[in-house]
Every structure is written in C-alpha cells, then in structure tokens.
Design a protein around this ligand. Sequence first.
Ligand SMILES: Cc1ncc(COP(=O)(O)O)c(C=O)c1O
Length: 446
Amino acid sequence: MDDEGGKGWSDSHRAAWRMPAYIPAMISRRGFVGGLAAGLAWARDLAALERTRGMADSQERWRIVRSEFLIPGDRIYLNVGTLGAQPRAIVDAVVEHTRRVAESYPPAVPWDELKQRLGALLHADAAGFVFPRNTTEGMNFVANGLELEAGDEILTTDHEHIGGLCCWQLAARRRQLVLRQLALPPSPAEPEAVADLFRRAVGTRTRVVSISHVNFTNGLIMPVREIASMCRQRGIVCVIDGAHPPGMMRFDLSAIAPDFYASSPHKWLLAPQGTGFLWMAEEWRTKLWPTIASGGWDDLSLGAHRFNHLGTIDESRLAGLLAALQFHETVGADAIEARIRELRRRILDGLTAIPSVHIMSPQDDSQGAGMVAFRMDSRDALEVQERLSQIQAPDGSAFAGRQLYIRTRVVSEYDLGWMRLSPHIYNSEEEIDTVVSILADETRRR
Ligand SMILES: Cc1ncc(COP(=O)(O)O)c(C=O)c1O
C-alpha cells in the first residue's frame, strides 16, 4: 500500500491508473463470475467446484473437492492446525495478482469487499477488520496498543499458544504488569465450569482477559461468549486468540462481542500463508495505539482502517484471502464444518479403540472442534511423528504397498507430549483409517 504521489492510500487513487479489463474483473463485487468472464484461472477453478454443490453422492463430491488441491497422492496432511493446504483457486489468485504487479499495474485488492465477505462469514461489523500477517501480529497489536499500568493484571490460561501469549509476556516485563496463567482442568471440562473458573479468578486489578477460542493443545472450544460477557460487565478488556475457528466452524462474532479477535485465515480458511486478521470493537478503533505508524495513523475518522497502513505489503496474499473466502462460500460453510466434524469423529472413534491411546480432546462435538490430541503409553510422540513422516502403508489398507508421507503435529508445549491430528476437507476416510491403523501398529512397538 504505497502512498503514490501523496494522493492518499485508499483504493480510489488506483482508479486513475489505466487498468486492463481483467483487473477490475478479478476484484469484481460479482465475485468469481467477473473473473470467469475475464478468463482468470482462479475463477475457472471455483466454477468447477460450483458444479459439485448439491451433489447427492457426498463421496464423489469430496473426491472432486480433493482434486482441487495440490497435495500429492502419497502425502496425508493432518496439520491444518498449523497451516492449511491451499487449493488451486487460491494459489492461482495469488499468482495472477503477483503477475499483474510484475506487469507494473498497481496492486488491486478491494478492501471493502474483503471486509464485507469476512464480516458476512463471521457475523461481524465489516468496519472492524485490520489485516496483519497472522494471529501473532494481531495479538501484538493489541498488547502493545493498550494503555496498561504497572500492577495491572492480564489473565490468561496455561493452554495458550506462543502466538497469543508472548505479546503479554513482553508487555508484562516492559511495564511491570502481572501475567497470570489460569490452570485449565486436565481433562476437558464442561463449558460452565471453565467460565466459572474465570468468574472466580478475576480481581480488582484484572484489566485484560486473553483466551483462545479453540485451544491449540486439544481443540477444546472455550466458553468465549460467557467469558466475554463477564468481562463486559466488569469493564475488563476481552481479547480472543481466534487462530482456529474461522473456516473450521461457524460462529457469530457479534454474539460473542469481545473487544478484540485475532486470527490466521492461512489455517482453516486455507488462505495464503501470512494472511491474518484482527477484528476490533468500535470503541477501540479510535482508542487503541497503533504499533506501526504511517500515513493516517492518527486520523481517527479512518477507524480501524488506520491500522491497515503498514507500508508496502504483499497484497497478493490478500487477493488470495479474497479467493479463499469465495472458495469457502462455494464449497459451503455448513458442508465444510460437517465434513471436518465427520473426519474428526472418525479419528476419535479409531483412536479410542486402541487400548494404549488416551484421548486428550473432548469427545463431545459441542465442546471439541477440528483437532484430536492424544497421548500414547510408552511411545514418545516425537519419535512416532518422525516414523509417520515416511512409512510403508500397512497391508490391507487403501494404500497397501506404497510409501506414505504423513504430516502430524506434536504438542510439546507445556511438556504435554501429545500428538495432534487436524483434518480438513481434502482428507478422505481411507487416509484417516490408514493413519489410525499405522498408529495402532506403532503403539504395539517397543
Ligand atoms: C491458538 C493459536 N494461536 C496463535 C497461533 C499462531 O498463529 P500464527 O503463526 O499464524 O500467528 C497458533 C498457531 O498454531 C495457534 O494455534
């Protein structure tokens, strides 16, 4: 976002450029229909998917969806919890935008459309969106931008990811704040019990409660609505690390109504890597201090958009985010969530049947989302992960006789030593069954 000629940094000055027809089409409000007319690859990719909507045969539908991904057939990718695998449409959107810039046309991401599509997905006021590179950056914008004084308390949990925790550690050390990490119950607890834990823990010096919406450790859905409501009643700032839910499960951000919500659409929304967002409630759009100051940083009439002037950035990733939102709409938010739940359930059922495996994630779908974490008796999770990264498929499995490359995640944080599997719509039942069968074999090894 360069301030070319000092004319300001909104979309408007770009209209002065003579753009080829395909650029407005690429970013048309009509979505990929405009892109199709302009012969753009990413729009053609989405049109292919559009035809699968409402297909009666769900197996066939997911097979076609899988064919839109670039994952080779011998790789089983079960780590969207770290980074999503992008489908062809999103890769093409990034490449096409990058090429336009290389051809010397100005970057052309329509901020308003991006905010509106994201707002529609999350039921959030579109004016509240800022686009940092990821959750980590969004959380740092918040921790760095709040006015906090020595002795003020930040309350968080012992299941936070470094991306949502370190910003508070830094603020605490620099400004002599108190950072308190509440211990969550060892096995997933009832949402009301967790909310109660927070109600009892907040004190007169608590200024901020910072929690994950879905814990990265075990996929537990935190009672964010109850906790945010308690914070509102007590004048405490509620900050949610929402790295996981967007793209994984539907929710209503306006009903949760936190002060801040940071996320990484490069996870479950399958957006390009380095694509984040931070949503802020109305009062903060004029009150929060920007961490990065450039033109307009103190122009309060810009609201949250004043946080979007980050110097020159890679706008192709935002073109990719726009395509990711349209990909999500095309496949369907309901269908995606249902498929992720179905695959999660298959993993849970398969692993529960292995005697020496202990599930650390909630069994109940209302409490657990996307990810399944487990502990193995007498097997080190990192060692098993290493073996899975290149392993012969078992006889009798759908991949029999083939070498497989399986990507998992080990939650070593907080000395947990759990293995975590996170499936998405590109995974198949055969992949899940094969991984479960390999894990069963692994647990029998000494
Ligand atoms: C809960 C949670 N918060 C924050 C992050 C950091 O995300 P990013 O690296 O995209 O900033 C992660 C990454 O896995 C996460 O799981």
